[in-house]
Design a protein around this ligand. Structure first.
Ligand code: ATP
Ligand code: FE
Length: 337
């Protein structure tokens, strides 16, 4: 079985080809245009998808060494995401399905971030079911009980900002370019995580909140800058390390609580922030005392990628769960749809 996966929910156009559970190609066209605006501009994103999607497909086919005629089905992200961006991938997938006369498969982007764990790749281990997944991305923070590729239960999520957003907004306050997550990660390695302390939110059960952290960082920096206009410049690495330490602390607390409450010790992380070295180090440090079996995705499958859409399509194909041409993209889409 050979599945084409098309991802276009935000600012990356990514197309992958999976054969059974192995990735033959996973090609991404990044959109650099948004950096100068300090965030993704939806209208520019959808236009860039239109320009990138055909060359990205060509590159993926070439890399995989196959032709369109060898595809069993085409899978695409139908949401959640930016509507204008989703529409480009959706229309493109529909035309391919129609032209090649192969099934069309609809994929939920947040389920796909998790299902990237089922890709057969020497760089990552595949968890058995059930497992808990902490999905931390630019738009979501979720703890999910994964019973099978077809059965996921949302146990907790954020009431305001996502973890990736917390990184990006904190970075923006400090003058770092968008997206700031990777840069904060890099600088955190050179700084002291205990240099500054930011109050932890008190949220019940498995709920997250990150907007208070952003505000306390903002007020703290405004106060310091009044006394010393070079405060951020002089303390940037320590600030990055301390902010990352706060975010990771919040995530770890809830993940431990979820594992305890549900009695599940197989723990996975997914989404862009799952690339974060502070989070990975904290998990590695605590896993033996918590008796956790840990599943860290290959870096290639953390931020948005076509491979996660292709593997999700592969599992839907097993169930002959096909969409028809009337299927529509949607900006909002619940995880358990
Ligand atoms: P969603 O999946 O919720 O729709 P998205 O697709 O935009 O959102 P992803 O592509 O999964 O999100 O992840 C992007 C986010 O990950 C950004 O906020 C980025 O700053 C963050 N990120 C990427 N690498 C790192 C890192 N090493 N450390 C911290 N954050 C990171
Ligand atoms: Fe994503």
């Amino acid at each position: 079985i050979t599945i084409l996966g098309i991802e276009s929910s935000c600012d990356d156009t990514s197309i992958a080809i999976v054969q059974n559970r192995k990735i033959l190609a996973n090609v991404t066209a990044n959109q650099k245009i948004h950096a100068e605006y300090g965030g993704v501009v939806p209208e520019l994103a959808s236009r860039a998808h239109q320009q990138n999607i055909v060359p990205t497909l060509d590159a993926a086919l070439k890399k995989a060494g196959i032709t369109l005629n060898e595809l069993s089905a085409v899978a695409f992200t139908s949401g959640p995401g930016l509507l204008g961006s989703l529409l480009v991938g959706t229309s493109f997938a529909k035309s391919l399905s129609l032209a090649l006369d192969i099934p069309l498969i609809e994929v939920n982007h947040m389920q796909a971030h998790i299902l990237a764990h089922l890709i057969e790749d020497p760089r990552q281990a595949n968890p058995e079911f059930p497992f808990l997944c902490l999905t931390v991305s630019g738009g979501h923070t979720q703890i999910v009980q994964v019973n099978s590729p077809y059965d996921m239960k949302l146990l907790g999520s954020t009431i305001d900002d996502a973890a990736g957003e917390a990184f990006d907004k904190a970075g923006k306050i400090m003058g770092l370019p968008y997206p700031a997550g990777p840069e904060i990660d890099r600088r955190a390695k050179l700084g002291n995580p205990g240099a500054f302390e930011f109050a932890k939110p008190r949220m019940p059960e498995l709920q997250f909140s990150f907007s208070g952290l952003k505000t306390s960082i903002l007020y703290f920096l405004q106060k310091q800058m009044k006394e010393n206009p070079d405060f951020i410049k002089e303390n940037l690495n320590d600030l990055c390390a301390s902010i990352q330490n706060s975010i990771v602390g919040i995530l770890m607390d809830k993940l431990e609580l979820a594992s305890q409450q549900y009695g599940i010790n197989r723990i996975a992380i997914a989404g862009g922030v799952s690339a974060n070295s502070g989070l990975r180090d904290a998990l590695e440090e605590r896993k033996s005392s918590l008796n956790w079996e840990l599943f860290l995705p290959s870096f290639e499958y953390t931020t948005d990628n076509g491979a996660m859409i292709a593997i999700s399509g592969y599992y839907q194909y097993q169930k002959q769960n096909f969409a028809d041409l009337s299927v529509v993209a949607a900006a909002r889409k619940p995880l358990e749809a």
